[in-house]
Write a protein of this length. Structure first.
Ligand SMILES: Nc1nc2c(ncn2[C@@H]2O[C@H](COP(=O)(O)OP(=O)(O)OP(=O)(O)O)[C@@H](O)[C@H]2O)c(=O)[nH]1
Ligand SMILES: [Mg+2]
Length: 283
């Protein structure tokens, strides 16, 4: 561990390239593309290629996990997307789905009307895409009204495409989470790791936790100092982690700091919202 600046993310996602090929194929067959991003990272958790891949198709953007993001920042992001002509809404898929449903229905309105003009009652097909762990399957379960798609707090839970009937006239396609060339951007990659869009197993966890805590000390200094019982806000690197161990009592048998425990707690408490509602990217 030499400091967050040199953190390497070794990420060889075997099923990702297959997912990308399937995404392209499926996009040509659906009426609407539903893009989920994480409301805490509205920039880094979006796919820069999706515009190209979707072409002229209807699309909606859902900023999920809004319950974990700063509401005023979410509002600012929505205003920005609206000014760019993107139909977007902030949602908390784990507790409600009607805003998502409204947006999807709206996006499909023209296709439905065209079919109706030909005397056909159309079944709208929409595909749900986004980075791993953003809540795609959770949203589908919410709209379906039951646990039809597997969800989990780790990335890479959904391994294959799955069509789910929401109503007789709406079907949603659940897809495996995709990481895209964002990983070429080390800052975006690091932030995606903070929100567990990248598996911890392929990461240098101590480096990641240290870097997250350093970022939190910049974004929410008081809350972070309080939560981790830090008395010297200028600490960085290993001494910072040691201070967390001391402050929170993460000590081993002979009093040495339990660094692994401190790292796990830093990541877990940020991810579960215990430090408050924090948006890491400003609109
Ligand atoms: N706090 C919060 N947690 C959520 C929300 N939506 C989903 N989650 C949680 O996020 C985790 C990932 O959810 P999934 O639905 O499996 O995510 P996914 O996008 O399908 O992930 P992959 O299939 O791995 O690509 C689960 O632990 C969910 O409970 C939300 O709106 N708020
Ligand atoms: Mg899934």
């Amino acid at each position: 561990m030499e400091g967050s600046r040199v953190m390497q993310i070794n990420w060889y996602p075997g099923h990702m390239s297959k997912a990308k090929r399937l995404l392209g194929e499926q996009l040509s067959r659906v009426d609407v593309a539903v893009e989920l991003c994480d409301a805490r990272l509205p920039l880094s958790s979006r796919n820069p290629d999706l515009d190209k891949m979707i072409g002229g198709k209807c699309r909606v953007l859902l900023l999920n996990k809004a319950d974990l993001a700063d509401p005023s920042q979410t509002k600012a992001w929505l205003a920005l997307f609206s000014s760019q002509g993107i139909a977007a809404a902030a949602i908390t898929a784990s507790s409600q789905g009607h805003d998502a449903m409204r947006l999807i229905t709206n996006a499909a309105r023209e296709a439905v009307a065209r079919a109706e003009a030909r005397g056909i009652k159309k079944t709208v097909r929409a595909m749900v895409v986004g980075v791993p762990n953003v809540g795609k399957s959770t949203l589908i379960n919410r709209l379906h009204g039951g646990a039809i798609a597997k969800v989990g707090e780790k990335p890479g839970v959904t391994r294959a495409n799955q069509w789910v009937h929401i109503t007789p006239y709406l079907e949603l396609l659940d897809t495996p989470g995709m990481l895209w060339p964002r990983l070429n951007d080390p800052l975006a990659a690091k932030r995606l790791a903070y929100i567990a869009a990248i598996r911890d197993e392929v990461l240098d966890v101590p480096m990641l936790a240290m870097s997250l805590l350093e970022d939190l000390l910049t974004v929410i200094p008081r809350a972070a100092q309080e939560r981790f019982k830090l008395t010297d806000p200028s600490l960085r690197g290993i001494p910072l982690l040691e201070a967390v161990c001391k402050g929170r009592g993460f000590l081993m048998r002979f009093g040495e700091p339990d660094m692994d425990r401190a790292c796990a707690v830093i990541l877990d408490e940020y991810r579960s919202g215990k430090l408050g509602r924090i948006t890491l990217e400003r609109a």
